[in-house]
Design a binder for this molecule. Structure first.
Ligand code: SF4
Length: 239
């Protein structure tokens, strides 16, 4: 796709965030669509892609230029950015503004991730691990994703790009201490760090989950401590 053509994938923009890229001020770009259906997803409007506005690159580029000099970079999130055929072009355009990029991904498109990593296009990647690998389908609600996610883990570690892995824990799917095997695998692969994230009921894809109370914070902290045997791990979110 040549520079100058219009882009249609950017569903939203948050001008400044202090919490989505640790230690950095970032603009968030939200891409529409996702190939998973995690019931706890906080962006159902992006995942289902219905009735949402789309920003032109003129609007997005204008916002980025306005903030250049006091934001550190751009977080590309979703939805799932790697399923978007425009991702590469969006990355190139953000780069051409002289801004760094953090990518949030569910890791299901290792070829897309590997290409961006090999081109030096990404400065930081946050890769979701949805569940213990033998129970991926129950959380992601789509089959055969654990293999591609494992490929993405390997590609990310091999690239040397700064990264984190993260898992949101929701009562009813698996217990926090079941993530110890995940941490072991991530540690053996050479992963840098791992976050066990608290579930936040509210706007979620599966409304039945709105009534679910999160795990007590102590369970997450205890699991994080056990996982730290394999790679640095912390509990995160409203504990
Ligand atoms: S949590 Fe992420 S991977 Fe899951 S449905 Fe939402 S956007 Fe997709």
């Amino acid at each position: 796709m040549a520079l100058g053509t219009e882009l249609r994938s950017i569903a939203g923009l948050l001008p400044v965030s202090m919490v989505d890229w640790e230690g950095k001020l970032a603009t968030l770009l939200f891409l529409r669509g996702c190939n998973m259906r995690c019931p706890y997803c906080h962006n159902p409007e992006l995942v289902l892609s219905a009735g949402i506005g789309r920003l032109s690159w003129a609007e997005v580029g204008g916002q980025l230029r306005e903030k250049k000099g006091w934001i550190d970079g751009v977080v590309i999130t979703g939805g799932e950015p790697t399923i978007d055929p425009e991702l590469e072009e969006i990355v190139a355009r953000v780069r051409s503004e002289g801004l760094g990029i953090k990518l949030d991904t569910n890791g299901t498109r290792p070829a897309v991730l590997r290409k961006l990593l090999s081109e030096g296009a990404l400065d930081y990647v946050a890769l979701d691990i949805k569940a213990p690998f033998d129970r991926y389908e129950a959380v992601a609600r789509v089959a055969d994703m654990a293999g591609p996610v494992r490929e993405s883990i390997a590609a990310l570690v091999e690239s040397g790009v700064e990264h984190e892995f993260r898992t949101t824990v929701v009562p009813g799917f698996f217990e926090p201490n079941e993530l110890i095997d995940v941490a072991k695998e991530l540690g053996e692969a050479g992963g840098s760090r791992y976050f066990i994230q608290q579930f936040n009921p509210g706007t979620v894809l599966d409304e039945a989950l709105s009534a679910v109370r999160p795990f007590p914070s102590g369970l997450l902290e205890a699991a994080a401590e056990s996982c730290s045997e394999f790679l640095p791990t912390k509990a995160r979110g409203k504990l």
